[in-house]
Design a protein around this ligand. Sequence first.
Ligand SMILES: [Ca+2]
Length: 247
Amino acid sequence: MEAGMSRITKLIMAVINITMVIYMFQMMQSVLGQVSETIGGGDGGGAPPPEEGYLLYDDFNDNSIDSSKWDGVTKTGDYTADSGVYEQNQQLEVKSGMSGTTQTRVWIASQDRFSFASGKLQIEVDLTVPSSDDQGSCVLLSNTGQNSFDDSIYIYIRNGSSSPLTQISKKVGGSQQNLYEQSAFHGNGTYKIVIDSTNISLYYEGTLINTVAHGLSWTDGYLYLMATGKDTSTLTHVFDNLRVKKV
Ligand SMILES: [Ca+2]
């Protein structure tokens, strides 16, 4: 009797064990399926937010400037030895300082041109602007080329204690024309630029700063991320999470 009970108990235990093994196997299959779906559906790295829907997207997280997205580093003026563009610390760091008397400009330009001929071109970027009255961070769209901006529009942000500046400008044949100028620094954070065939709108953290008519005859250009000014210290301008799309 006791031996019989033991056999039944062993049989029940075996059935329970087999059921548990099958259940665990199914659970593992389900988990593996979800993992595979996540990796397969991403951009290869599975990093959110997804790049889908953007004309240009860069989170600057791989610590190497992506040559499929960006032309090389360009420096003009009397720049300091450590001026340059570096993708490091999961962000793009544009370092600029003036060693002589000629204003320094340091930038990278996009490989592609972006058009606002139809619809609206939207450029979003997270900016950290160093404290300076003599140097600012710049987002520029140049119709002229990757290394010349005689015909361009640009947003210039300066985080100065005595001369802060938020500016929308254009260059026509090399001469600058201010479209909007405000003696204020709104802050470090997300700036959004929306360009259509008539207007340029600038937003900070989702709030409109201003909309101006640009009066441009051209409708596409290369995108630049730039630091420019006359500060003799080498300052670091941080650009991150660049998102360009048509809206
Ligand atoms: Ca980043």
